[in-house]
Each structure stands twice: as C-alpha cells, then as structure tokens.
Write a protein that binds this ligand. Structure first.
Ligand code: ATP
Ligand code: MG
Length: 716
C-alpha cells in the first residue's frame, strides 16, 4: 500500500506496474508504439533506486541514443531526486562499451587512453593496408572492406572466427587476413573503431572469468530500451552479463525494427524466452500517445507485413482528426503547403516545438529548409547537419566558389586534394609560401608555381590538371546553365566517383544530396544568385531558446513523439526507397513498411501524409506514383485532398491505361491490387500530355521515367 504512493507508480496501468515491480528474474515487455514501454522502463529504474534494491552504479541501462539516456536520467531525477546521481552505466551500447573497455584496455592489448577512430581515420588505415598488400584499391575499395569489417564486428566475429565463405567476400579470400592486419595496426596505434568498443569487451568477458564475474555481480539489474534493434554482438554481451543474476528487462516492438541494415536482429526478441527460460512476458496494449485514427492508420499499414508477433493496440483518447493525405503537384509545393499548414496551426496556438516533419532520406530536408528560411519559420535538424552544412554539399559548393571566384582561398584549400589527387601537405605548403610571398590568391599562385621547379613532378602534374580543369570550367560557365555546369564539375573532378566507389549506405545518401543540390540550383537564375542564397541560408541560425519545427529522418525519430507530424514524400522510389525496391526482396520492403509504422505512430494529435505528382530528378521532371503505403491506409481513418486540379484525374486515367502492361512486372511485392504491384516502376508519362490549364506552376519541361532500366516491354 505504501508502494501505491510511490511517485513513479502514479498513473501507470496494471501491466506497466507489473513491468516495474517484477524486479527479479527476466522480463520481456513486448508492445506496440506509444504504449508506455519507455515510460515503464524509466519508472522501473526509479523503483530500483527508490527502494534501494541497487546503488546507481549497480544498474546497467541501455538506451538507443545519447539523448534518450539524458532524458531518462532527467525523468528519473524528477521522480526520485538525487538518488539518480552517479548512474555511470546509463547510456548507449557504444558509450557503455567505451567506458568498460577503458578499464580493461590492457586485456585487449590497448592502453586505457586509447583513441576511438572516426570513419575517415578508419578508411585511411584500410587504404594503407590494401596498398601494402598490393591489391588494386579501385577494384577492392577501402570502403567496401570497412563495411565488411563493421558487419563482422556487429555479428561478434573476430578475425579468427571468420570462415572461408566470409573471407571470400573480399579480394578473393583475403578478407580475413586484411581484417587481422587491421586489428593489429589498431593495436599498434593504441586505437579502436566503434565496432571494437563492444567486440573487444565481448572477447574480454569471454576470456577472463574474473572480469566477467565482477560485472555479473556488479550489475544487479539490466535494462534495455528499443530491444528490437540490438545486433548480435550487443545481444551476446547482454546475455553474458545477465547470466548470473538474470535480472534483465528488455522492452521492444518487433514492428519497429528498422536498423537491420546496421546488423540489428529482430530475432533477438524470440531468442530472449529461449535464453531466459521462465521469463515474464508482459504485453502493453493501451496506447497513450495517439488518436484512434492515427493508430488505425498505422495498424492498417503494418498489417500488410508477414511474420509479425502480433499485438493489440487501443486508446481511450477521444476521436480526433483523420489522417490527412495530401497530394500536391511537386516538391516545392509540398514544402509550401507544409509551411502554410504550420503557420495556420501556429496562429491557432500550436507550439512549433510540438511539430515535426519526418522524411525518409536526408536529402529531402533541403526543400523544407529553403522554404522555411524564405518565410522565416524557425526549424532545427536533428540527427544530421542542416543541408548546406553537410560535408559533400560544402565540398561541392567549394568547387563552385573557386570557379566563380578564383580568389576564394578557403574554398580552394577545401577541394585542392578532394578527391585525393596526390597533393600532399608538402606541395600545399609550397603553394602557400609562394602565394604569401607574391601576395596572390592561392588559386592564382597555384597556376604560377607550375612554371617553377618548386614542386615534385608528380605534384606538378596533379596541380596542373586541376588548374587546367578550373580554367576550362570557368569558360564553360559562359555557355552552360549553372546546374549543368555543376554536374560536369562534380563528374570531371572525380568528386562524384569518389562517393560512387563508396559502398556504404551513407555514401548513397551523399550522392542523393549532391543531386538535390543541383535540383536546388535550378530554382535560381544563375550561379552567383544561388551562392548568394546559400550564404544567406548559412547565416540564418535561429536562436537556441526560440521554438522551432523539427525536421529529421524517420530513423532518427524513433521513440519520440510530436503533437503534429508531417510525413513528406510518400512516393514509390522515395518511400519505399528505390534501393529497397531494387533489392526487391520482401525483407527490405517489410522494413520500409515498419518505417512507415514508426513514422505514423510519432504523431499524437495530427498526421499529414504528403505525396507529390512530380519530382525533378537529374534536371528533368519525372512523374511519381503515391507510395503503396498510401493505398494501405484504411479509408475510414483517412481524409484525402488533392491540390492538383485536373492533374490528378489525368494522372489516374493515364495510370489505368498503362496499368495492364505492368500487371505481372517482376518488381514490386507481387501482392495487393495491380497498381500496387506495378508501383515499383515509375509511370512513364509521355511529354506534352499534361494540359496547361489548371496548373499554377509552369508546365514541366520534360516528363521522363525515372527507372530508365525498365520499359514497357520489360516482362518476366
Ligand atoms: P515507442 O514504441 O514509440 O518507443 P513507448 O511504448 O516507449 O513508445 P512511451 O514513449 O513510453 O511509449 O509513452 C508514450 C506516451 O504515453 C508518452 O507521452 C508517455 O508519457 C505516455 N504514457 C505512458 N504511460 C502512460 C500512462 N500509464 N498514463 C498516461 N500516459 C502514459
Ligand atoms: Mg519508447
């Protein structure tokens, strides 16, 4: 009865209380979005501290992001006061792994002050090894090796654990040897990469009984949020640590597993009951976050996935607005509409802080950023940089700035050796000295120094090529449209190729950002007008306290909630992504659908889903189809609006006319009505069939298929 009064129990429902109060033994909380899993986990932490079942240092609590860790700590602090001080083991897997490894570094052959390498350092190291092994780096890119090594580490595999098949995937069986050499180099450098933080710890725990026992004793209680997105090494590590006391509580939702591309294994949920026999499995079914329409919409979409554990969700929140599905003409209109809606809601008293725009891919933020800056709507980007601050965008802009303005030294320095063209620090410092001595801008000094014998022949050749290219690009600028010029510069400089050689998921995003940059330029009359716009944008940093709209990817929004959510770009090829469609497997499509579920369930009161009929891709207008997920929304939970007077009916007519030839197209899911099945293929809309009346914007110049590899003749 005394327990009932504990502050952290107030308002919790029965199963939530059970999750909090079942402190001994394994507990698995398996429940849908917004059912209070994180809330229950937080209360559980408060309970353990409040009842003094454990000291703060005896609890291991894992969150998915650093921010989530901070929030949990704050909330527990509000519930139980100072008792939360000194929770050294509350954080992400990486943060906790790093802390542990520092204490036992010598067991991994490191010193406790080891450095943690970032991706760039990692790549540089791998490149050296590839060269030292006399492999062709073009054929066997370092980034590919980096991806493989990360994957092995995620799966808990040290070099000695690889079988021949694994090793075979790189350089004809030399993967294992290179992986081993890489680990050895890291050791010599007293360094490790992110994957090592957990893999080293796992190895240490496996090999050193006393260390393992020390932690098994120390961690009286273990708790994990977002359990569905743990990978194999994290799982093995948890299992070892929990084996002694078995007081482990994991909360998760199989429908929200969205990180399989980073090695997450949703099967860890199923393994839990096997590894911890007698585990209490608790289901939470009441959703406290969203209106019935939002829940109905999300449930309708996820119902199309197979192999789900299956869950019930209900809410007693009063009926609110239906989910709005808004079809717009093109990308700029999408951004304009969202801006207008937000301003309208703002006048109605809505705080910008309670509003979010969620996108599938980073590059989609650009259109919103430009629009919001134009209308003075403060925004923040979470989980990434603002568009014009991203590395690849800054690099590309630097090329343009040097071409537009040869005296721009900062821009010149930024790109002179990006991509790598053999201009080392020595050569560059010669150029610097020369420029200072002669009082010249770097780009001009670089041209003049070629006539001297200051540089090595190799550096001279490399610099000569670059200077020649720049002069050529400059003169091309007189005849070419600036977006076309940009594309040529990015190609001829080798900059695009540099990212194309990169096989990580991140690289694909960078290439998309570069395309988006070219698209953005098309909205400006000339290069200098565009560069002027960019410098204004960069200057436009909203103040810290001011309420702001949040723009972020769905991946970054996991676990968060907002009153109002706009879900942009629900079109085939964007969401589901073209990559998911190209890979074609049901698994990748189902992961996209889980993303759709995560996206919709972030909304508390209002959700608006947008799709545009046209997108500009590579400078050409392309018509797009609404995402199949739009069609999966149950009609009773949706209000549709289309702002394309005339456009949409024409679009539909066009589609039904064209639908048959695709009827058994090999792409797509092979399920659902014919148009969904075919929807993996972009509608080929013959140019000039759009009527010019009824459209508010200029008529698109060219209408072309985006999926150029697929033609009407393509049939199984
Ligand atoms: P997700 O799957 O998205 O991570 P979740 O299951 O972790 O969601 P929470 O974020 O913990 O859900 O809770 C969702 C919302 O419901 C929060 O605003 C939380 O404060 C509220 N909530 C949780 N439990 C209760 C409760 N018993 N009574 C009232 N509100 C609650
Ligand atoms: Mg949560």
């Amino acid at each position: 009865i005394e327990m009932q009064d504990a502050p952290y129990l107030q308002g919790l429902n029965e199963p939530q209380r059970k999750a909090v109060l079942t402190t001994e033994g394994p507990v698995l909380v398996l429940a849908g979005a917004g059912t209070g899993k994180t809330a229950a986990l937080t209360a559980r932490l408060a309970h353990l501290l409040w009842t003094r079942r454990a000291y703060p240092s005896e609890i291991l609590a894992v969150t998915f992001t650093n921010r989530a860790a901070r929030e949990m700590k704050e909330r527990v602090g509000r519930l139980v006061g100072d008792a939360v001080e000194g929770m050294p083991w509350l954080g992400t897997f990486h943060a906790i792994g790093a802390k542990m490894l520092r204490r036992h570094a010598e067991l991994a052959g490191l010193q406790s002050n080891f450095t943690i390498l970032d991706t760039d350092d990692q790549l540089r190291l791998l490149k050296q090894l590839i060269v030292a092994n006399e492999l062709d780096e073009k054929r066997w890119p370092a980034r590919q090796l980096a991806g493989l090594i990360d994957g092995w580490k995620n799966r808990g595999l040290a070099p000695a654990d690889l079988d021949a098949g694994e090793s075979e995937t790189y350089a004809n069986g030399r993967g294992q040897s290179l992986y081993a050499q890489y680990q050895e180099r890291l050791r010599l450098l007293n360094a490790c990469d992110f994957g090592d933080l957990l893999l080293h710890m796992l190895t240490i725990l496996k090999r050193n009984r006393e260390v393992l026992e020390q932690y098994q004793k120390r961690f009286r209680y273990i708790m994990v949020d977002e359990y569905q997105d743990t990978n194999a090494v994290q799982y093995l590590w948890l299992r070892l640590l929990a084996q002694e006391r078995k007081n482990i509580c994991c909360v998760g939702d199989d429908d929200q597993s969205i990180y399989s591309w980073r090695g997450a294994q949703v099967e860890n949920i199923l393994k839990f009951e096997k590894d911890f026999p007698g585990a209490s499995v608790i289901k939470l079914e009441q959703n406290y976050r969203s209106t019935p329409h939002i829940l109905g919409a999300a449930s309708g979409v996820i119902a199309n996935n197979g192999g789900r554990l299956g869950k019930t969700l209900w809410t007693d929140i009063d009926v609110g607005e239906k989910v709005k599905v808004l079809g717009v003409w093109d990308g700029p209109e999408e951004a304009r509409r969202v801006g207008e809606e937000i301003e309208g809601l703002q006048r109605g008293g809505l705080s910008l802080d309670a509003t979010a725009i969620l996108v599938r891919a980073q590059h989609q933020t650009r259109e919103f950023e430009d629009r919001f800056i134009a209308i003075g709507l403060p925004y923040r980007i979470i989980g990434g940089f603002r568009f014009y601050e991203r590395q690849e965008i800054r690099d590309a802009l630097a090329y343009l700035r040097v071409v537009a303005q040869p005296a721009d030294d900062l821009a010149f320095e930024r790109i002179v050796n990006v991509p790598k063209r053999g201009l080392g620090d020595k050569a560059l410092s010669k150029v610097h000295q020369f420029a200072r001595a002669q009082g010249l801008p770097l780009a001009v000094a670089a041209a003049r120094i070629l006539d001297t014998d200051e540089l090595t022949p190799q550096a001279r050749r490399a610099l000569g090529n670059l200077i020649g290219d720049m002069a050529r690009w400059r003169s091309m600028g007189n005849d070419l449209q600036h977006p076309d010029l940009t594309r040529i510069i990015l190609d001829e400089s080798g900059y695009t190729a540099m990212w194309q050689a990169d096989r990580t998921a991140e690289a694909a995003g960078r290439l998309e950002n570069l395309n988006e940059l070219v698209r953005a330029m098309e909205e400006y009359e000339n290069l200098s007008a565009f560069l002027e716009h960019v410098s204004l944008v960069m200057d436009n940093e909203a103040s810290a306290e001011e309420p702001k709209v949040t723009i972020m990817t769905i991946h970054a929004a996991k676990g968060l909630e907002f009153d109002t959510v706009f879900l942009a770009g629900w079109e085939e090829g964007i969401f589901p992504s073209q990559r998911a469609l190209d890979e074609g497997g049901l698994a990748s499509l189902e992961e996209e659908r889980r993303l759709a579920y995560v996206a919709i369930t972030r909304a508390r009161r209002r959700a608006t889903i947008l799709h545009a009929a046209n997108r500009r891709i590579y400078g050409q207008w392309t018509s797009s189809l609404p995402s199949r997920f739009v069609a999966e929304l149950p009609p009773e939970h949706v209000d549709s609006e289309n702002t394309m007077t005339g456009g949409e009916s024409l679009w539909r007519a066009n589609w039904s006319e064209r639908a048959d030839p695709f009827a058994d197209a090999s792409r797509g899911t092979g399920r659902g009505p014919g148009w969904q099945r075919a929807a993996g293929v972009d509608l080929k809309n013959p140019g000039g069939t759009f009527p010019s009346r009824g459209f508010t914007r200029e008529q698109p110049r060219v209408l072309e298929s985006r999926a150029s590899a697929v033609s009407f003749a393509a049939k199984p």
